[in-house]
Ligand binder design. Structure first.
Ligand code: G3H
Ligand code: 13P
Ligand code: ZN
Length: 322
């Protein structure tokens, strides 16, 4: 089937109490790992491309890789989405270039300016059959070249969401309830330690999610920064020459709970990066004589596939929904 928008995916996810996985893609092995897992688990999927991914791999390569995934998995619903579109021009370029969904992230701008930019993108996107994700509130962490310090992040203010959605016409809304980008989501001093000495982060602000969804009944909510930073992969990195002390993510039970509520799209990138990097580091440690990229990319791709399968079946609840 051709690329789809996320409209129908979100309607079903909202009513079914699950979320669609949105995974970032940067190269062939990542596209293959994700889509093979989704096809086998019959899970609709959003493949998302950041500004950084377009700069790294080139828009055309990424679109053609996704087209290849469609040819190899003809029954799998795939939405191709721009992640964190920084301005109208980038969104327009993706809309003109075959994407079915874009995010305009003007969340760092004042409220009125965010409305103005988002509305302009929505008008252009809807004229071209493309859907738009917008954002209110800002997450801590690093995304593309934007670094938001924990003290500069801000939770979404529920009292703003109705006016924002009504004035912009956006199709989904990313909110800030305590998730954050990257592998170091919480400072050790924000966390407690469990009996194994592992950092336990503060809980997400479900009260904000609840208030937002009360004000926007039936409207799809998006969570960014939702990697769980699996400790077995942090250990694999650290045991094989890496240095990622105190990397910590969002506990998966909390994501499962969010997926059962109004959250219809959950963004996961860092977990796939960790799986890939840990696997490649281990491979080199165990096989210092090897130098064929296919030999180390193959197990990396296999582990991306397995981590995506785990997310679909055990966290997002979208397996079997395609
Ligand atoms: O939120 C950002 C995503 O993880 C993409 O990261 O900008 O390094 O491609 P990137
Ligand atoms: P993570 O860094 O938690 O994987 O978040 C990814 C994301 O939000 C992409 O937009
Ligand atoms: Zn994000």
């Amino acid at each position: 089937m051709p690329l789809v928008t996320s409209k129908e995916m979100f309607e079903k996810a909202y009513n079914g109490g699950y979320a669609i996985g949105a995974f970032n893609v940067n190269n062939m092995e990542i596209v293959q790992g994700i889509t093979e897992a989704c096809a086998e688990e019959k899970a609709p999927v959003i493949l998302q491309v950041s500004k950084g991914a377009r700069a790294y791999a080139n828009h055309n390569y990424l679109v053609k890789l996704v087209e290849a995934a469609i040819m190899c998995n003809p029954d799998l619903p795939i939405c191709l989405h721009l992640d964190h579109g920084p301005d109208f021009e980038t969104c327009k370029s993706c809309i003109d270039g075959g994407f079915t969904s874009v995010m305009i992230d003007a969340s760092s701008k004042p409220f009125e300016e965010n409305i103005e930019i988002t509305k302009k993108v929505v008008e252009y996107a809807h004229d071209h059959g493309v859907v738009v994700e917008a954002e209110l509130g800002s997450l801590a962490g690093v995304e593309d070249d934007v670094k938001v310090a924990a003290e500069d992040s801000s939770y979404t203010r529920p009292e703003e969401v109705e006016e924002f959605v009504q004035k912009t016409g956006c199709d989904s809304l990313a909110i800030a309830i305590g998730t954050s980008h990257g592998a170091y989501k919480f400072k050790p001093e924000q966390c407690t330690r469990n009996e194994k000495g592992i950092l336990v982060p503060p809980p997400l602000r479900f009260d904000i999610l609840e208030e937002v969804s009360k004000r926007l009944p039936g409207f799809p909510i998006v969570l960014h920064g939702s990697s769980s930073v699996p400790q077995e992969y942090v250990k694999m990195v650290n045991d094989n020459g890496g240095k990622m002390p105190d990397a910590v993510g969002v506990p998966e039970e909390q994501l499962r709970k969010a997926a059962s509520l109004a959250v219809c799209k959950i963004n996961i990138d860092s977990d796939l990066r960790l799986a890939m990097t840990g696997t490649i580091r281990q491979f080199f440690n165990e096989h210092p004589d090897k130098f064929d990229p296919r030999e180390y990319l193959k197990p990396a791709r296999a582990n991306i596939k397995e981590i995506v399968r785990h997310k679909l079946t055990d966290v997002l609840g979208c397996a079997g929904k395609a």
